[in-house]
Design a protein around this ligand. Structure first.
Ligand code: ATP
Ligand code: MG
Length: 362
């Protein structure tokens, strides 16, 4: 027997009106893992969660919870706790009744219910609010009740659909830390959905980046940032410059490319599958571009004119314009770059092309 996964999704397809919302997706979630589905609105995150939870049935493919086939098992028999995109607390029930709901449905005896509800509310640090109704709670508190309600049934996996989207930014950061602490303490497998990349990067053991119903890449956060598998992932995760260019020559060791009359080289391993004449797009992050004084021979990426500065506290983004009009963003720590490279002045550009990615022009 191989590794037991908390959730295995195998070749699952689900369409609405003939259009696939989840398109041949396979995914294995490890035990105890915090895995995030990340992608833009409409890419199929909620649909995939609903398929795993059992609120939707796939047209094709299978779903397993800890090796048990559940593709056609009703939701309440799947050992899954779910927090919905809009909390979905019962407004007419107290907090304690909300949390108790899943236990009642499972016919747990009353004295046991009281104890488990108290434990669950303790876990989310709301032990004293059991008698209130959801209306009497803040958004963050409602969110914690929803989490308690999902965890109280001791599920094998908890599914969280954009749980913090309605919470203001400061409280959100606090809730993220808290969720991560609870998840670690309880050790529960967590499948989390967000379209917020910084939330995904900070919380997750692994991230599945979705686009148009498919998983584009499943990796650890740092891998997504440093080694994006597709142009979509490269542009979705972090800031990046996109530079249309043309391959000039490709040898065993290196590839030369050209843009706006400037030639640059990168390792052949970065240009696999490209041949001379191919149209391509070079993706390079702002922090991999360094500005130099005009004429500095270390400038491997041509010369340009400083356009504008955007001061960001920890760093300055300097926009530079090449003679053909294209603009690149370079990032310098501190604010010293504002004085050193004034607007309108000429600069040399140096690019760390070890950390750049070449994708075919679409
Ligand atoms: N019940 C439905 N009937 C018809 N189309 C649907 C239904 N549910 C989802 N869709 C469509 O399926 C696609 C995926 O929707 P889904 O809700 O899974 O996206 P999402 O990634 O969760 O987006 P968001 O970030 O906005 O919540 C969308 O094009 C959506 O319009
Ligand atoms: Mg959604």
């Amino acid at each position: 027997m191989g590794e037991t996964f908390s959730v295995s999704v195998e070749g699952v397809l689900k369409s609405f009106d003939g259009t696939p919302a989840v398109n041949d997706v396979s995914l294995k979630v490890r035990k105890g893992e915090f895995l995030t589905l990340l992608g833009p609105s409409g890419c199929g995150k909620t649909t995939l969660l609903n398929l795993i939870a059992g609120f939707l049935q796939p047209e094709r493919g299978e779903i397993f919870i800890e090796n048990e086939l559940v593709t056609h098992t009703p939701p309440y028999l799947r050992s899954i706790g779910m927090v919905f995109q809009n909390y979905a607390l019962f407004p007419h029930m107290t907090v304690a009744q909300n949390v108790a709901f899943g236990l009642k449905m499972r016919k747990v005896p009353a004295p046991k219910i009281a104890k488990r509800v108290a434990d669950a509310l303790e876990m989310v640090r709301l032990p004293h609010l059991g008698a209130r109704t959801p209306r009497q709670l803040s958004g963050g508190q409602q969110q914690r009740v929803a989490l308690a309600r999902a965890l109280v049934i001791n599920p094998k996996v908890v599914l969280l659909d954009e749980p913090f989207s309605a919470i203001d930014k400061n409280l959100r950061a606090e809730m993220q830390v808290e969720l991560k602490q609870i998840q670690k303490r309880v050790g529960i497998t967590t499948l989390f959905v967000t379209h917020d990349q910084s939330e995904a990067l900070s919380l997750s053991d692994r991230i599945a980046v979705m686009s148009h119903g498919r998983i584009e890449q499943l990796s650890e956060p740092a891998q997504l940032y440093r080694n994006p598998a597709t142009s979509f992932v490269a542009s979705f995760i972090g800031d990046i410059n996109k530079l249309p260019c043309r391959l000039v020559s490709v040898s065993d060791a290196e590839a030369a490319f050209e843009f706006g009359g400037i030639q640059a080289r990168l390792a052949a391993s970065h240009a696999e599958g490209f041949s001379p004449g191919s149209e391509a797009v070079l993706y390079v992050r702002p922090e991999e571009l360094t500005l130099l004084d005009a004429g500095d021979p270390a400038a491997n990426f041509g010369a340009a004119t400083v356009d504008t500065h955007v001061y960001q506290g920890t760093h300055v983004d300097v926009y530079v314009r090449y003679d053909d009009g294209r603009v690149l963003r370079a990032r310098h720590p501190g604010f010293e770059a504002i004085e050193r490279f004034p607007a309108g002045g000429r600069v040399g550009v140096s690019a760390n092309l070890e950390r750049a990615f070449l994708f075919p022009a679409s």
